[in-house]
Ligand binder design. Structure first.
Ligand SMILES: CC(C)=CCC/C(C)=C(\C)COP(=O)(O)OP(=O)(O)O
Ligand SMILES: [Mg+2]
Length: 396
């Protein structure tokens, strides 16, 4: 069956002589019908029709001027939706099973990193992001991948011995755990053995093995594509770090569109036990909504991890740092501008998701859009509440 094409995104390229970017006031607010389209009907007797539980009155309170956020408070002025507390029974069970997998099954977490592993609270993260997962097994698919992705980032790129030097080679070989090598009988065994040779590859290989058993072939292929995008983003970030280059803000945002959480929300259908068909997923309007959502989630990381990254050796690029350096703003003003960038991305995501849902109200499209939207909310919740890992700057 050939499906009806979905509406295309607005033309993005802007000629050099185009007018200045749209001022804040003109950024479209989320469509009023968004709640109904993405979250289902409200009112008496409709609870069962709401796939995603959402707390009404989602706008955060703006703090009084000078009001300091307490640990666990959201970034003041950030546009986000609070989520209900993730189911504690699921959180505990996912936490128990993922520890067993990470520590014993794939040996990705040596004893000296176990505290950090627990502090990451991946069970709480994934239960918050996937409230529609039908079973713990479905949640585990997302949780293993999340841990594997962070193992690669930590061990190859960042905190646990990572370095930009030689990163291309390490990433390419690890990527083969997701996108297998098909070679001659002579060389195949050496590749097979390589998959067990370090923690990142053991974690990728095992997490992918579980994932492909749950996913359709096109979902698995979608994931491989998203992971290739991620690895390309890591490489650009590493190249800039090696050259001590500070990119332009738009260049940074382009890199961060690839070095991005995108592979996590885009498995929402696999984790939910259904499929957004490949021809719908590939539609430009769907791709744009996914990219906007991924970019908002990743700028959230830049905001919450700002102080952690200021403490790391050298200059760790994130949006406030790049805005400060490239636009000559002070640290506080640059941070506040990064909040505006996030809020614009969120509003545009929500507006365009609502338009897409209205134009193409197919059950799989609607459920996928809800899944992405709730992943965005759960991701914010996790960053906000992870006081083990993140602390807000002293700007208020
Ligand atoms: C889970 C996943 C696909 C991660 C890929 C990219 C990534 C590690 C992030 C978007 C998080 O950013 P960052 O490396 O800055 O993480 P921390 O700030 O160290 O938590
Ligand atoms: Mg960060």
């Amino acid at each position: 069956m050939v499906s009806r094409p979905l509406p295309g995104p607005p033309a993005v390229p802007r000629p050099p002589s185009a007018p200045d970017p749209v001022p804040d006031a003109a950024v479209p607010a989320p469509a009023p019908s968004l709640e109904r389209i993405l979250y289902g009907p409200s009112g008496l007797g409709t609870a069962a029709l709401q796939l995603i539980p959402r707390i009404p009155g989602a706008e955060p309170e703006a703090p009084e001027p000078g009001g300091k956020p307490a640990p666990g408070d959201p970034v003041p002025g950030l546009y986000f939706h609070p989520v209900p507390e993730p189911d504690p029974v699921r959180v505990e069970e996912v936490g128990r099973r993922i520890r067993e997998w990470a520590v014993d099954e794939v040996r990705a977490v040596p004893p000296e990193w176990e505290d950090q592993f627990d502090g990451f609270s991946v069970g709480r993260y994934m239960v918050a992001c996937h409230p529609d997962a039908p079973t713990i097994d479905h949640l585990m698919v997302a949780t293993r991948l999340m841990v594997a992705e962070n193992t690669v980032d930590d061990c190859y790129c960042e905190d646990h011995g990572g370095s930009p030097v030689g990163l291309g080679s390490r990433l390419l070989l690890a990527h083969t755990a997701l996108d297998h090598v098909h070679t001659t009988k002579e060389y195949q065994p050496a590749w097979c053995d390589s998959l067990a040779s370090d923690a990142p590859r053991r974690a990728y290989a095992s997490a992918m093995d579980y994932f492909v058993r749950q996913a359709t072939p096109s979902q698995a292929d979608r994931f491989r594509h998203d992971m290739a995008r991620l690895h390309m983003g890591y490489l650009a970030e590493a190249a800039w770090a090696e050259a001590e280059h500070i990119p332009e803000v738009w260049e940074y945002l382009a890199m961060r569109q690839f070095n991005n959480f995108r592979p996590c929300p885009t498995i929402t259908d696999t984790v939910g036990g259904y499929e957004l068909p490949a021809d719908l997923h590939a539609q430009p309007a769907v791709q744009r909504v996914i990219a906007l959502a991924g970019n908002a989630t990743t700028v959230v990381n830049d905001l919450y991890s700002y102080t952690k990254e200021l403490k790391s050796p050298g200059v760790h690029l994130n949006l406030p740092v790049v805005i400060a350096r490239r636009e000559g703003l002070g640290e506080r003003d640059a941070y506040l501008k990064a909040i505006d960038v996030h809020n614009d991305l969120m509003h545009t995501f929500e507006t365009e998701a609502a338009e897409l849902a209205a134009a193409s109200p197919l059950p799989s499209v609607l459920r996928f859009l809800r899944g992405v939207a709730v992943w965005v909310d759960g991701n914010h919740y996790w960053h906000q509440t992870n006081t083990y890992r993140y602390t807000l700057p002293d700007f208020w």
